[in-house]
Design a protein around this ligand. Structure first.
Ligand SMILES: NC(=O)c1ccc[n+]([C@@H]2O[C@H](COP(=O)([O-])OP(=O)(O)OC[C@H]3O[C@@H](n4cnc5c(N)ncnc54)[C@H](O)[C@@H]3O)[C@@H](O)[C@H]2O)c1
Ligand SMILES: [Zn+2]
Ligand SMILES: [Zn+2]
Length: 443
């Protein structure tokens, strides 16, 4: 939390970058300046708003309006909660401000379009990419939209990382300060480039997950180079890691080992044939996750993927260092992954990490010839696989809740509550529930 506040102060000192932007940034809630950013009708909508550390609330806020000529306004028909939102709730993401609307995954129906929009019309069903990209800069041309140079004005980002990520919806002013998608209406900038039309054959309950969880998990497996016959270990069995296990198996990996410390290990085994798991709470005596992996796969796995989260300290030292601000992210999972990987194997990080870490075993990395792969934010689109039925995104969807209850959904996601993996958030404009998907529950 302290680091979030410090981030806001640092950004002010650096002078927010107004140059070279393809979209108007930092409208994280139309209420920030109702006269400029709210729909002139005065209509209001429900949205999930960050009010401070561990305080997210469903509030009535103004409906957004078109600001730039390439914007569209979308009526949201489905949203969800991501493990990344929990990091925001905890206040560990830099430059989160009171009043920011959160959420980066949604599908919906286009309501109105700006004059420069050419590919979309009112009535189109769409799903968003969680990032906002311009489509024209060097990285966009290389099909790396999450590295877009023109949609994020945070100077702190450049100062801390040497380069800048694209804007991301509902994910703090560190990545553009765009209003999030856990809301009944959303403004989508550069809409031709950032919305994908959904065919009628793909219901919202499947299309929604093209926003993030499907492409992110696919990217983790793809970017670390998992191939047929590989042995793979994946840390975490939340939605991202669960689907990464699924993709690794689908690619023909020989053994896929998912690691977590709760009921999700059993869920993964039940849902993904052939996946093996380690529940690290149940390890005995001197056993550790890496020793267990070496016992299962002598010599270590070919590829390890970390899909946990840098704020989740495991041992006392890191918990203490995280709590006191001596480090921003733990190195424990990445160190475990290095130990568990065979010589000259690869370790990928898809989990969110924000800054500096202590006690990283750089020696093991160097001496064993491990390649450490930062996966970045995911760029892939997988509509065809969903449309053809080759992949069923509902495999990890356990709940359907209403926008009114989404704050409670955050708490269940945080706790990894029994039975909870990923939700579908029903909105005022949602279509009838697709058959075979979870029934609505009130929390
Ligand atoms: N790079 C991207 O594009 C991208 C996109 C989406 C999510 N993410 C990140 O991926 C991570 C996972 O997201 P999610 O939605 O699955 O979140 P989640 O919080 O539901 O799942 C994380 C899982 O990791 C487990 N875990 C925690 N510490 C562990 C440890 N030491 N060893 C093994 N398992 C441990 C937890 O019990 C939990 O089940 C988050 O950090 C999220 O921010 C990244
Ligand atoms: Zn996400
Ligand atoms: Zn770009």
């Amino acid at each position: 939390m302290a680091q979030n506040k410090t981030g806001n102060i640092a950004e002010k000192a650096l002078g927010h970058d107004d140059q070279n932007r393809a979209a108007t940034t930092d409208i994280s809630n139309p209420a920030r300046d109702g006269g400029k950013y709210a729909d002139p009708s005065g209509e209001r909508m429900k949205a999930l708003v960050w009010m401070g550390k561990n305080d997210v609330r469903v509030l009535e806020v103004p409906k957004p309006r078109i600001i730039d000529s390439h914007d569209v306004i979308v009526k949201v028909t489905g949203s969800t909660v991501c493990g990344s939102d929990v990091h925001l709730m905890h206040g560990v993401i830099l430059q989160t401000e009171k009043g920011d609307i959160l959420g980066h995954e949604f599908c919906g129906v286009v309501e109105s379009v700006g004059p420069a929009v050419t590919k979309l019309s009112p009535g189109d069903r769409v799903v968003n990419s969680f990032c906002i990209s311009c489509g024209e800069c060097r990285y966009c041309k290389e099909k790396l939209p999450t590295a877009c140079e023109k949609t994020n004005a945070s100077k702190l980002h450049v100062k801390l990382y040497g380069g800048r990520l694209s804007g991301i919806f509902g994910y703090s002013h560190f990545v553009g300060g765009y209003a999030g998608r856990q809301a009944e209406f959303v403004r989508v900038p550069l809409a031709d480039n950032n919305l994908m039309k959904l065919p009628d054959s793909v219901p919202d309950e499947k299309g929604l997950y093209l926003s993030d969880v499907l492409p992110t998990s696919y990217h983790a497996v793809n970017h670390t180079g998992v191939k047929e016959g590989d042995n793979v270990a994946i840390w975490g069995l939340g939605p991202i890691s669960f689907m990464a296990c699924y993709w690794a198996k689908k690619r023909g990996a020989k053994r896929v080992i998912g690691i977590d410390n709760n009921w999700r290990t059993e869920y993964a085994k039940a849902k993904i044939p052939g996946v093996e798991t380690i529940n690290f709470e149940l390890l005995k005596g001197d056993e550790t996750v890496p020793t267990k992996i070496h016992e299962m796969v002598p010599g270590g796995v070919d590829i390890s993927i970390d899909a946990t989260g840098g704020e989740y300290g495991k041992g006392f030292v890191h918990k203490m260092e995280l709590a006191t601000g001596m480090e921003q992210d733990t190195s424990e999972m990445v160190n475990e992954a290095i130990y568990a990987t065979r010589k000259f194997g690869r370790v990928g990080i898809i989990a969110d990490y924000v800054g500096f870490t202590n006690h990283f075993n750089i020696g093991a990395l160097m001496e064993l010839g491990i390649t450490l792969v930062g996966c970045g934010q995911s760029p892939k689109e997988l509509l065809e696989m969903v449309e053809s039925g080759e992949v069923d995104p509902t495999i990890k969807v356990t709940h359907r809740i209403r926008i009114d209850d989404i704050d409670k959904g955050y708490k269940l996601q945080e706790k990894r509550a029994q039975g909870w993996v990923k939700c579908f958030v029903e909105m005022r404009f949602s279509a009838k529930r697709a058959e075979g998907t979870p029934e609505l529950v009130r929390l």
